[in-house]
Design a protein around this ligand. Structure first.
Ligand code: DP6
Length: 363
């Protein structure tokens, strides 16, 4: 069993002068949700997600050897322009991963990042952003130590991404990723995400996710604060056991292709996530009136047409509309006719299941 110690880098460090890499990493949408964590970004329950294809962060990391090895040194660019607001987050990330990547203090970095989804769309970029940065850091580590295997590369990238943002560890690989110890999933780990190892039923091939942008404003309560409110939460233990059961159930569904069962699990998970927020102390609501309008419209459409469209939510007001590829045209028409009116400025993003992070450029 791989442990945290295996991720500590012990080889030579400062012998490279300069270089650069560029990686893209996608966002992901959880089907069984991670909500609640222990120290060091260890999840309170296991989760499973679809990796997305279109919503991505593209990050170029340029490194140059520096004289002092005492501090972290980096410049941040967002869409080519300096973006100092991200500084504290990246500083904290580097501090958290320093033990595992001691070479970070040997170099000055320029981290140049952009998202494929619209700026301030309310789509969290922390998963894709942290995953893209972690992949770049692992490319540097591989330059320093070419012996590492592809498997180790991805495991450690996911491990590092997790320390930036929990859900980011599910953005290294595609197309279905499990994160967190789950006794019924033998290779599962609290330390990094693993690919769902069984064959996914053709019903879920190219599964569609249309993201309806209901509210693009800043959230009143961040995910990090929300996770924390699961400590001493009156329903926490039941919720964590339920997530274990739902993960077992959805694994069977992904193999047997039962979309009706899929819908029940996924929608229940989304509503349970928000129920946890509403029953925290202090309590809060991230859904907006239009989130509920959309949910009701999806239920009506499904009842009337028998087309298996369902929804899920992340920690915000936006709605992810999930449906099989073979009902794409009709569903998109329904979205345009009946749901777009509930979106802020009519904005939505068409996405589907994807394959994970990609190396775009080396050196
Ligand atoms: C509701 O990964 O954003 O999207 O680990 O504090 O960065 P931190 O939280 P984050 O939490 C995501 C929560 C969720 C569910 C999920 O993606 O599983």
């Amino acid at each position: 069993m791989i442990s945290e110690k295996d991720f500590i880098y012990t080889e030579n460090t400062a012998f490279l002068n300069k270089g650069s890499f560029k990686w893209s990493a996608p966002s992901n949408i959880a089907l069984v949700k991670y909500w609640g964590k222990k120290e060091h970004q260890i999840p309170a329950n296991p989760s499973i997600s679809f990796t997305l294809n279109q919503c991505k962060t593209i990050t170029k990391l340029t490194f140059k050897k520096k004289q002092d090895t005492v501090t972290f040194s980096f410049d941040l660019l967002f869409e080519g322009k300096p973006k100092e607001d991200f500084h504290p987050k990246i500083q904290k990330f580097f501090e958290r991963i320093e033990l595992y990547c001691p070479y970070l203090k040997d170099y000055h970095f320029t981290i140049d990042t952009q998202n494929t989804f619209p700026h301030s769309s309310g789509i969290a970029s922390s998963a894709s952003g942290m995953a893209a940065l972690a992949m770049n850091i692992m490319s540097l580590e591989k330059e320093l130590n070419p012996k590492i295997s592809d498997e180790f590369f991805c495991q450690k990238a996911s491990f590092l991404a997790r320390l930036g943002s929990g859900s980011a560890c599910r953005s290294v690989k595609g197309s279905v990723v499990i994160w967190g110890n789950h006794p019924e999933t033998p290779n599962s780990s609290n330390l990094f995400g693993v690919e769902f190892s069984s064959e996914v039923h053709p019903n879920f091939k190219n599964y569609q996710d249309t993201i309806l942008l209901v509210d693009k404003g800043e959230k009143q309560v961040s995910s990090t604060v929300g996770h924390d409110l699961m400590h001493n939460h009156p329903f926490a233990e039941q919720r964590f056991s339920q997530a274990h059961r739902n993960l077992s159930a959805i694994k069977s569904v992904l193999k047997n292709g039962n979309i009706d069962e899929f819908i029940i699990i996924v929608e229940s998970e989304a509503l349970t996530l928000h129920a946890m927020m509403m029953t925290s102390m202090p309590y809060f609501i991230l859904m907006k009136p239009n989130t509920l309008e959309i949910i009701n419209a999806i239920w009506k459409f499904r009842r009337e047409t028998k087309i298996p469209v369902c929804f899920t939510l992340d920690a915000g007001a936006n709605v992810h509309v999930l449906y099989p590829e073979n009902v794409r045209v009709t569903t998109l028409q329904f979205i345009k006719d009946e749901l777009v009116g509930y979106c802020q400025n009519g904005q939505y993003i068409c996405d589907e299941i994807g394959l994970g992070s990609k190396l775009l450029l080396e050196k």
